[in-house]
Design a protein around this ligand. Structure first.
Ligand SMILES: [Zn+2]
Length: 140
């Protein structure tokens, strides 16, 4: 969980917004499979709300990476056709985009938070990728 200072929209006093990552099942469009939840409660007037949405936004991703470190999903060998198909489907890549990604492999497929990386590895497997994928913590 991450906390950000946030001004209460009812009374104007500074409170704390609690927020974190949330996984969404059913929407695999680029970035939309990871989202966020948030909870705010004003210590002064008691105003509160809960919300969630997608995609995971940059300020939250950066705060999580600052706390837990950055993680990568990596492939050691030549990517299989099943992996490329899965990546194209999950990220909705055009053929030129897929070719550009393929040209960078073997190597890192994705960088992000631990939850994002584990979720993408699981998705790729669910979409039929048979490659052995490494999940690595690369530090803060
Ligand atoms: Zn308030």
């Amino acid at each position: 969980m991450i906390e950000f200072p946030q001004t209460c929209e009812r009374c104007g006093v500074q409170g704390v917004l609690s927020t974190g990552e949330r996984q969404w099942h059913g929407s695999y469009a680029q970035g939309e499979h990871m989202g966020f939840w948030e909870h705010f409660r004003c210590p002064t007037c008691g105003y509160s709300y809960d919300a969630d949405g997608a995609p995971l936004y940059d300020a939250l991703r950066l705060a999580i990476i600052a706390k837990e470190g950055e993680w990568v999903l990596e492939i050691a060998g030549t990517p299989s056709i099943s992996l490329l198909k899965a990546l194209r489907e999950i990220r909705q890549l055009s053929l030129p985009e897929l070719q550009a990604l393929r040209a960078r492999l073997p190597g890192v497929i994705t960088r992000g938070t631990q939850t994002e990386i584990r979720y993408e590895a699981e998705l790729l497997k669910n979409f039929g990728a048979t490659d052995s994928l490494a999940i690595r913590h690369i530090g803060n």
